[in-house]
Each structure stands twice: as C-alpha cells, then as structure tokens.
Design a binder for this molecule. Structure first.
Ligand code: PEP
Length: 251
C-alpha cells in the first residue's frame, strides 16, 4: 500500500495525430479498466479540448498541458496562457521539462515565474528537475537539483503548496532507454523530499525517464516514488493501460 496516491502521467510531447488520438481512446475504452491510480495525459496544447472530451467519455483520465506562459495575457504571440488553461478546465501543467530547459533555454528564474503563474490560476503544477549525464558524472546531481528547487520554487505560497508536484527526470534517462535504477531514483527522491519546505511528506514526487511496463513496478515500490512521468510508453493505449494497471495494484 502506497502512502500517497500513485499518478501515471503521459507526456505526449509533439506527437499523436487526430487519428492516433481517436484510436488511443477507442483502445482505452475497450479495456474497461478500473483505475485506482490517477491517470493523466498532457497532449499538444492544440489538442487539449478534444482530449478533454474523449477522456471524459472514456473515464477518469485527466488532461493537462506541457507548458504555459508566465503571464495570463498580453502581447506574447504563440504562448499559452495559464488563465486560459484554467478556463478550459485543464487539471495540471508540466513546467520545466528538460526539453523546455535545453531546447527552449528556459532557466530556473523564468520557470519560477511560470510555476507561480500556474498556481495563481489554481492549476496543479508538475515541476521537473534533473541532472544531465555530465552533471551526474561530475558529482553535481544534488547541486543542480538544489538550484532547480531553490530558484524554481522561490516564493511558493504556502496556501498553494497542495497543488505542487515534482518530477525527478534525470536528463540522461529521458527517451534513451536508460532508466535510473530504482535505488538511484529513490535516493534522489528522498533528497528532494527532504528539501521541500511545505507539505514535504504529502507532496507527490514522480520519476521520469524511460519508464516502461517492465520497469515501473520496481520504481513504484520505493517509498518516495509516487508515480511516473512517461513519454514514449504513454503513446500506445496498451502500454499506458499496463502502466496504470501495475500502479493500481499497489494502491
Ligand atoms: C519525458 O519526456 O518526460 C520522458 C520521461 O520520456 P520517456 O519516458 O520517453 O523517457
């Protein structure tokens, strides 16, 4: 029995056509699963309304965003407003994914503004942290994570702390097939929990990085791992459902 609710969160990134999305939900509804874990999906922003509709008919799958702006409105061509996400009834937003940090150059200061903007709109936030391979090999893992937590979560309002979740995603494990061992991940999760200033024991901390049906069980059995943020294996209904089934057994 897990202490905290287990969350399986699919990050679809810039994938899935409308046809693939409809096939995904047709497959999901055929499986008639009884979900005890929380199942969440973050599609491309443009697909959020359509997914909300399909997810509603399929059952308890909640829909979120992969990113949002640090502002509610204004002259910010191409951005996604957290206020508009809240308007749409979106459940959560991922902030600080390593692809946003490395490809789009988002630093801890900007990510802090995004976290605060999302929380102000009462969106749940999955704030991602994690080290690169070079940082791990030069013993910088905890230094990098300290900075990501300290700056990224600066001025976190105590009354919004219940909306915050963390995802530990070692960059070297994302999309590479190299999953951190359950022991490696647990060590960092425990460290992250020890650094949280509000609701540390209740905060959901997800692991992300090449999670698959064949490796999730060992990860979820660790005390401080409360679920998974999943890229590749969330795209196929069969795999996503299997991840949710394994998580549900532990609840
Ligand atoms: C991710 O993109 O957050 C991720 C963990 O991807 P993958 O599961 O494909 O490694």
């Amino acid at each position: 029995m897990k202490k905290r609710e287990v969350h399986i969160v699919g990050n679809w990134k810039m994938n899935q056509s409308l046809y693939e999305i409809s096939q995904f939900f047709i497959e999901m509804s055929k499986m008639k699963m009884e979900l005890k874990c929380k199942a969440w999906i973050a599609p491309q922003a443009i697909h959020i309304p359509i997914l909300k509709e399909m997810a509603f008919t399929t059952g308890a799958i909640y829909i979120g965003a992969q990113n949002c702006s640090n502002q509610d409105s204004g002259a910010l061509t191409g951005e996604t407003s957290p206020a508009s996400l809240a308007d749409l009834g979106v459940e959560f937003v991922i902030i600080g994914h390593s692809e946003r940090r490395t490809i789009f150059g988002e630093g801890n200061e900007l990510l802090n503004e995004k976290v605060l903007a999302a929380l102000k709109n009462n969106l749940k936030v999955i704030y991602c942290v994690g080290e690169t391979l070079a940082e791990r090999e030069s013993d910088q893992t905890y230094k990098v994570i300290d900075e990501q937590l300290l700056v990224g979560l600066k001025n976190l309002p105590a009354d919004k702390a219940h909306l915050l979740m963390i995802a530990y995603e070692p960059v070297w494990a994302i999309g590479t097939g190299k999953v951190a061992s359950a022991e490696q991940a647990e060590e960092v999760h425990g460290y992250i929990r020890s650094k949280l200033t509000h609701r540390a024991s209740e905060t959901i901390i997800l692991y992300g990085g090449s999670v698959k049906p064949d490796n999730i069980d060992a990860l979820l059995r660790k005390e401080n791992i409360d679920g998974a943020l999943v890229g590749g294996a969330s795209l196929k209904a069969q795999d996503f459902r299997q991840l949710c089934s394994i998580a549900s057994v532990l609840m």
